[in-house]
Design a protein. Structure first.
Length: 453
């Protein structure tokens, strides 16, 4: 789905540049000495230039290996053109891509997958596999840079989702870049994870080179001809968003934080925003939520537990349902707003502690024979999820269990999808799978913590 048209009025660049959210955006600091590879993903030729030209130049100057992976050739950018067939336009855009990359990073490798323009979502697995292969051997020294998974264009969104899955599979670091967001969004828009934005500053030479590379994409920045249907796709007003002295990246997992801060800072801010004023972001009275909680409670292998830990308790709806089954239960959440609401909800239970902390770093004291991970595993990176399981094992009472339940549909803006979370849990040697329930909307699994010999 595309949430905009290219010829609608673009949000004024002056409006963006005058916003405190842009002015006060923290800088992106990359450790070039430890960076082993950059994989830049584009949905169409020109995305890499508009969104990451400065980053490409800097990486090239530091001799960091670069792979540019382009999903489509953008052959449908002018569907009503009387002068260019889709095949002809694809050929033109391939040459434009090559010329832009010669300008930005001459030694970079590039690959065009040739997926159908406008249908990347239908080929998500193929794109994910290609990104995964390009990122190998992976690890934190590999940086994947991709379109924002909520950019508003179906191909951009799909590219971002595929990149997030590939980053999770390889343990790579992920940055996302918005393109169309600058056109249809605004500094007051609530869908952006504002605290996760990072500013990558360019010097004057890098800005000039970026301008030349943008000009290489002539089929997009100028009319194909004077005929109706051959109009300019990227207007001067839209291009003004990419004529800045900086590029903007979204640090989904909080890897690149301002000096003196730790990664949970922006996560807590983001979670507070969705729980503001006691808001229930997921209606606990909805049939989906009631049924899911009932199935989770029914899956518990014991009638009663000594001590439970709920990782990411949100506003405490599940915590309240778990309380009668536990002698003691601790709910942990990163949002102060959510903690306040949860504390009120369980005040009369008498056996519940609600704790403000970001996991896994802020793991609470105590030992537990039940761990609950419901709808929160998405917010961990693969490494953080592994650390969380290690913390479970270290704080487990004998015969402890983990019950995990997650939404299976695509989730924009977070490191993992629901199926990714469960795949990683099943592969963890500290967990022994006991049973599973899977349907279209969610996956529910029970594990036993393996005891040390």
């Amino acid at each position: 789905m595309v949430v905009f048209t290219h010829n609608q009025e673009s949000t004024a660049e002056a409006q963006w540049l005058s916003s405190p959210r842009i002015i006060d955006m923290p800088l992106l600091h990359l450790d070039w000495d430890t960076l082993g590879k950059i994989v830049v993903v584009a949905a169409h030729p020109d995305d890499e230039t508009l969104g990451a030209a400065g980053l490409l130049q800097r990486a090239a100057s530091r001799n960091v290996p670069i792979v540019v992976l382009v999903a489509t050739l953008g052959e449908n950018s002018h569907p009503a053109s009387p002068t260019h067939t889709p095949g002809q336009l694809a050929a033109v855009r391939r040459i434009e891509l090559e010329n832009a990359l010669k300008t930005l990073a001459p030694a970079s490798q590039h690959m065009v997958l040739g997926l159908p323009d406008g249908q990347v979502a239908e080929h998500l697995f193929a794109l994910e596999q290609a990104i995964t292969a390009a990122a190998q051997p992976g690890g934190h020294s590999t940086l994947i840079v991709a379109p924002w998974s909520a950019d508003g264009h179906t191909d951009h969104d799909a590219a971002g989702i595929a990149a997030a899955k590939a980053a999770a599979a390889t343990g790579s670091t992920l940055l996302e870049y918005p393109i169309w967001w600058w056109h249809w969004g605004s500094p007051t828009h609530n869908d952006m994870a504002w605290p996760a934005l990072r500013k990558f500053e360019m010097d004057e030479t890098e800005q000039d080179v970026k301008g030349s590379a943008v000009s290489s994409h002539a089929s997009q920045v100028a009319p194909l001809s004077d005929a109706v249907g051959d109009e300019t796709l990227l207007s001067p007003a839209l291009l003004s968003h990419f004529d800045r002295g900086f590029e903007t990246f979204i640090d989904v997992a909080g890897h690149f934080t301002p000096s003196g801060e730790n990664s949970p800072t922006w996560l807590a801010t983001q979670f507070d925003s969705i729980h503001a004023d006691g808001a229930e972001p997921w209606d606990p009275s909805s049939w989906y939520e009631q049924r899911k909680r009932a199935l989770l409670l029914g899956s518990l292998p014991n009638d009663r537990f000594r001590s439970a830990l709920e990782l990411g308790c949100s506003t405490g709806a599940l915590t309240a349902d778990l309380a009668p089954r536990c002698d003691q239960i601790t709910g942990v959440d990163a949002s102060a707003e959510a903690v306040a609401t949860a504390t009120k909800r369980v005040a009369s239970a008498g056996n519940v502690d609600i704790v403000l902390a970001t996991l896994p770093a802020g793991w609470p004291q105590g030992r537990f024979d039940l761990f609950v991970l419901s709808e929160t595993g998405y917010y961990f990176t693969a490494a953080e999820l592994s650390e969380a399981v290690a913390s479970m094992a270290a704080s487990a009472l004998p015969h402890a269990h983990l019950v995990a339940c997650h939404w299976r549909h695509p989730i924009a803006g977070w490191p993992l999808g629901g199926d990714d979370v469960h795949r990683l849990l099943r592969a963890n040697e500290q967990l022994a799978p006991m049973g599973a329930y899977v349907e279209e909307d969610f996956r529910l699994e029970v594990f036993q913590l393996r005891e040390k010999p």
